[in-house]
Design a protein around this ligand. Sequence first.
Ligand code: KIV
Ligand code: ZN
Length: 529
Amino acid sequence: MTKANETTTDAAGSATDPERIIVFDTTMRDGEQSPGASMNLSEKLRIAEVLEGMGVDVIEAGFPIASEGDFEAVNEIAKVVKDSGVCGLARAGKADIERAGEAVKPARRPRIHTFISTSPLHMKYKLQMEPDDVYQAVIDSVTHARNFTDDVEWSCEDGSRTEHDFMCRCVEAAIDAGAATINIPDTVGYALPDEFAAIIAMLRNRVPNMDKAVISVHCHNDLGLAVANSLAAVKAGARQIECTINGLGERAGNAAMEEIVMALRTRADLMPYAPRIVTENITKASRLVSTVTGFTVQPNKAIVGANAFAHEAGIHQDGVLKHAGTYEIMTPESVGLTESKLVLGKHSGRHAFKEKLKEMGYDIGDNAVEDAFKRFKDLADLKKDVFDEDIIALVDETVVRTNDRIKLASLEVLCGTVHTPPKADLSLDIDGEVTSAQSTGDGPIDAVFKAIKALTGEDPHLQLYQVHAVTEGTEAQAEVTVRLEEKGKTVNGQSADTDTVVASAKAYINALNKLLVKQKKTAPAAISA
Ligand code: KIV
Ligand code: ZN
């Protein structure tokens, strides 16, 4: 695993260097609240490993009281992550805080993040509480959380629409009660950069004990300003930024970590607040989160989109060839994008494969290497040129799909121009038992999906079916995303294969596995963003 630069942090996980930005990742908490973005335990563990490897300071791993699955994920991540702080979210109530405290207990640097709404609108309609009662809840919740850890973060939900006097009162009380981090969320993505920066400056001017805590910001992207607002807040004195990989998150998402980190790196001349993120790991993290959630990254997305470093126009290409700086403000290598390289052929052995994984920054354990090697051999048989992108897709699938209940055992499909309906002959391994079914359909994909439904007895609504190529050329692996919905639950499945029909079957099965394990959360209504 790539190690982050050495930077000292105190017991509470805050940077001791007052000019350093603390990166707080909430991909697995706020990001997972995005409809369909559910992640299972092994997927979360893999994401945590990648986040830790890239130097994230604090990983918000979930909302422990929301479900058994969330509790388990936070708890297991707390057991294995050593270099990053591990955080669990809690509303202001005792039960939430105790559950979060229990979940993060095994962590080397456990953090509880407790929050309550403070805007007039939220207090009146959502909480139906008087401001004085909210004020008391701030004190009680932070005081209670301190029984479990010294590292307590307090957030005023809907902060950007909160009255300043009341915000100052609550922030001062939270710090007095023991909060080491004060987070100001722009919960509904409503703020403008100047306005948001002014809130941070106002807190620094008016709250007498503000210097005893780190100011954090948490911006949503409803107006496309999450990153701009976060950076404006940093200029005004915020020193922790909450963000997600690929900007994943409810509605329009959260501030994108890759954009924040690369803006700070690229414009260090104007913003000298270096985070300790290993930016070369950004592409790997982005692809993993996309594979796990099934949320493909739009091609023109800043930093991680497929076109982010592509120069199509002749005049640009000419300029870049003469001097990269003419149109390139950062290098593709700085975000971990290397030239599509031919890695290994079908005659490559285990040793060469292991070396390649090491070179690409993967440290996935012997069993996973063995599984990945088998998949690599199968792929190399089908595909002459195996590229880095193919290896990434293959490893991500190997590592995150280990606990799936349903697996594809075999698939044969008959289709063509003859006037017989396409037919699928499919076997599934369900909880270790292999069963088979045949089905016809309007097309080969329809026949395959019908056979899966027949074998599993599940009949969810197919909301989305999408295919794109992992690399270029007709030999490329197809990456398929399938979104299924059942009884109000939405999940995305994703898979890659040289055969589009096989990739479709595996993506459908991946989504079904998620649907089967997705537990109903008990407290989502409490979080509006
Ligand atoms: O957007 C928000 O206000 C949140 C809080 C729980 C911090 O996600
Ligand atoms: Zn949020």
